[in-house]
Design a protein around this ligand. Sequence first.
Ligand SMILES: C[S@@+](CC[C@H](N)C(=O)[O-])C[C@H]1O[C@@H](n2cnc3c(N)ncnc32)[C@H](O)[C@@H]1O
Length: 295
Amino acid sequence: MKKFTNESLLKITTYLEEALKTTTSLSFVVPNPDQENNRNFKTWVNLAELHFCTVLTPKFIDKNFIQLTFKKLNQESSFHSAPIKNKEEKYGTDSIFFNINKNEHPTFLHAYKKALEAVKVEKRKHVLNLGINKGDEFELIQQLIEPKVFDNMSFVGIDHSKSALDFANKRFPKENVEFFQHDINSIKELNLEKSDLIISIGTLQSPSINYKPFLMSLVQEHLSHDGAFILGFPNSRWIDGELIYGAKAPNYPYSEMSLLYNDVIFAKKYLQQKKFRVTITGREYIFLTATKIGL
Ligand SMILES: C[S@@+](CC[C@H](N)C(=O)[O-])C[C@H]1O[C@@H](n2cnc3c(N)ncnc32)[C@H](O)[C@@H]1O
């Protein structure tokens, strides 16, 4: 079995790239990360991700060495490449996406929780979520705030996936939580009361939505004068259940972030013009949080 001692990271990554062309699982021995001056364990986790691998629990060899196994992620097991039968059900109960729980992913959880804190979610009255899917974004709010406060707020989630909404409805059998199966583009038809918090994660960049005019219409027609926004932009791909850093862009075999930056900066500039304080945070998901200045 290959054993690394003091090779450069360049040498190691080049070896891994070659070796992983012909195998889906590769074991090798490296200096024990718990010993001072050795590469730390995070280096190996990062390296595994960059090679589209998961890293298995290491095996202890002796006090100086451990054995690592990098296992290739199944890139077929990604909803990004799954064939689309019915566009409304692309993210429905039968999709690979449906089984993902973002709230169990530390970097997503951390950034979304911070965004909810920044907009003082517990002080909001009407929360609107566009592209709610199975309701994960309401679940975290429910976990974060007092039940009494949650029950006194109203929550509206919109999505065009019937199967995802059936699931969400069972999850929140509460009068103050409503789901509408509707095309977000024609949200006006629902005649909703204005919201003081609009959340949309991984949705507004969908091909079916004309992002810029739609975002402007949300601010002008659906947000109350003291309203806040939380927008989440994926800077990652879900592959074989793992969240892999880097936005997927059409026509590039690697992650490319121009579209992501364009869309985030458009929202930031527009909201600043409309007198919002805007922050941009996050990692695998970029979070734009906007709150009204002077309130
Ligand atoms: C990538 S998923 C994100 C779901 C959820 N916000 C999350 O991050 O887990 C996008 C969601 O938006 C919904 N969606 C996309 N375009 C839509 C449209 N035009 N009208 C209604 N729902 C739409 C999809 O059905 C899906 O549930």
